[in-house]
Write a protein that binds this ligand. Structure first.
Ligand SMILES: Cc1cc2nc3c(=O)[nH]c(=O)nc-3n(C[C@H](O)[C@H](O)[C@H](O)COP(=O)(O)O)c2cc1C
Length: 176
């Protein structure tokens, strides 16, 4: 089975996770911007990784379209995000429901990998969005415990990424 792992990464979290997968699984890793339908058609499994931006997986729609036009046989997706696993399954499930239909969830293997926030690598428009979010949270009255900890968390960069979170995808690919 030939495996291509392609990533779209603004602040390098997703790229790092793609590289962790490549440390354990025989595959080619590539920036998604360099992937063409011809290249994709040369692989059996297309693993796409993207960061979450306002709940949506960066670039996933385009990746899906390319997969459908290619000869690759299986699409697998992973998302990285600032949301810690402690936020609970409901939060992660809602995210998947926003990105994959119920039918897609049945046949596209999907994996979530907590990452963090990296203000140093962030471009100005994204920094402004985060600042606005921070401001709105600071004004919110009767904050839930989750909102209060989220408000604290997004004030500065943090990195909760760990290879342990890439293991379910690594195991999935190793069994192919
Ligand atoms: C503007 C903006 C919106 C974000 N929205 C979410 C989100 O909805 N859920 C989440 O878990 N993380 C969110 N994040 C955090 C990113 O998903 C996280 O840092 C991700 O790993 C970035 O991946 P990348 O650096 O590979 O692009 C957001 C970050 C920014 C800057």
């Amino acid at each position: 089975m030939k495996i291509l792992v392609a990533y779209k990464s603004k602040t390098m979290f997703t790229k790092r996770y793609a590289e962790m997968v490549a440390e354990e699984v025989q595959c080619t890793v590539m920036d998604f911007k360099n992937v063409t339908i011809d290249i994709l058609s040369d692989y059996d499994i297309f693993v796409y990784g993207g960061g979450l931006y306002a709940g949506m997986i960066n670039g996933f729609k385009q990746a899906k379209e390319m997969f459908e036009q290619s000869k690759a046989k299986e699409l697998v997706v992973f998302a990285t995000g600032a949301t810690p696993n402690e936020a609970g399954n409901d939060v992660i499930d809602t995210m998947w429901n926003n990105n994959l239909t119920a039918e897609e969830q049945d046949h596209i293997a999907h994996f979530y990998m907590p990452s963090g926030l990296n203000y140093e690598n962030m471009k100005v428009p994204d920094k402004l969005i985060m600042k606005m979010m921070s401001f709105m949270l600071s004004k919110q009255k009767n904050k839930s415990e989750y909102d209060a900890s989220f408000e604290q968390a997004i004030k500065s960069s943090y990195d909760i990424s760990s290879k342990e979170y890439a293991m379910p995808l690594i195991q999935y690919l190793s069994n192919k």
